[in-house]
Design a protein around this ligand. Sequence first.
Ligand code: SAH
Length: 395
Amino acid sequence: MINKQIYLKSGKEQSLKRFHPWVFSGAIARKKGTLFEGDTVEVFTSEGSYLATGHWSPGSIAVRIFSFTQCIPDRDFFRTKLKNALLYRQSTTLFSDTSTNVWRMVHGEGDGLPGLIVDIYDNVAVMQAHTAGFWHLREMLAGLILEVMGERIVAVYDKSEATLPFMAGLGAENGYLAGEYHGNDAVVVENGLKFRINWQTGQKTGFFIDQRDNRELLSHYTTGRSVLNMFGYTGGFSVYAMRNAAAVHTVDSSPIATSLADENVKMNFSDDPRHKSITADAFSYLNEMKPEYDLIILDPPAFAKHQNVLANALQGYRRINAMALKKIKPGGILFTFSCSQVVSRDDFRKTIFVAAANSGRRVRIMHQMSQPPDHPVNIYHPESEYLKGLVLHVE
Ligand code: SAH
């Protein structure tokens, strides 16, 4: 029995009954006990029937649910959750693939653990808490990740410093929590290609693991083509394109990113003159470039992190896609993505439709892309389908 409790307003229990894992602050009628950010709370209907258990936050998402059955969320409870996350991944195509050792072990809501991310980089797990609730449990979770993963990993690194709610003032510092590992980087393998990942200095936990299947798809279209990888970061798409393209240009506004892309291309293809990195702003580059590319990848950072900037974000996607569609060579192919959680698949497709219409080109959808099975979408939580992409054929 948990002595911190939340009672919902009458009629506000429907979404929890459909297993949506968030309780919004507006749905709450009253609280029992003094609640601190990160506390475990039980949620009840207005009549007092148990609904769910989760972590409390003072923001608009007030409770993130990790159980819909009454439970004691102790070490055994979270061990079972982590074991299930691993078992699930062992049932996917990922595990029959020995040419990949970088994958996501825990994907927040997709694994019934909203606020927790765990990524595996060969033999190191990088854990990221997005809520005070999971940050308070970090030592226990790190021990459990080591235990559940067994000989697969040697250490667990916590990278929660920048992802915890700022107002919580937790003073988190990134660092190792369990096991032993020297340094903060490793060379990992994805579909047989090598990448140097630094989880201390890299974006997110170090690598955009969610694009694995889309990068593999890309290399089926790059043979003999001249490729522009816009927002290239570690050069993920560029390295795959180098398997067979005629030329590959990586553009990123960050010089750290372009040098990472150079290093990763070099590790796989040595000093191959087909690759060039350019440090530049994407909008200016697209505006000034000649129509020299027959395949363009647009994988920008999330233009919208919050619902209130959605309109601006859609305008950003429309502008950049219209520019690429205008400049791509006839018969060209555009791989275009949005990783904003607040931009729905439908919004994104409509935006690309407007960009295509503005460009005056004839455009067909060849593939609709999403996230791989180690980033599962919780069907009761459509927001967890954050990665959307289209492969377009442009006449
Ligand atoms: N495609 C990458 C991930 C992209 S992350 C992959 O597969 O790993 C987004 C990248 O966009 C970051 O590296 C960031 O430095 C870059 N970026 C952000 N704003 C930019 C801009 N205006 N012009 C060019 N690059 C930009």
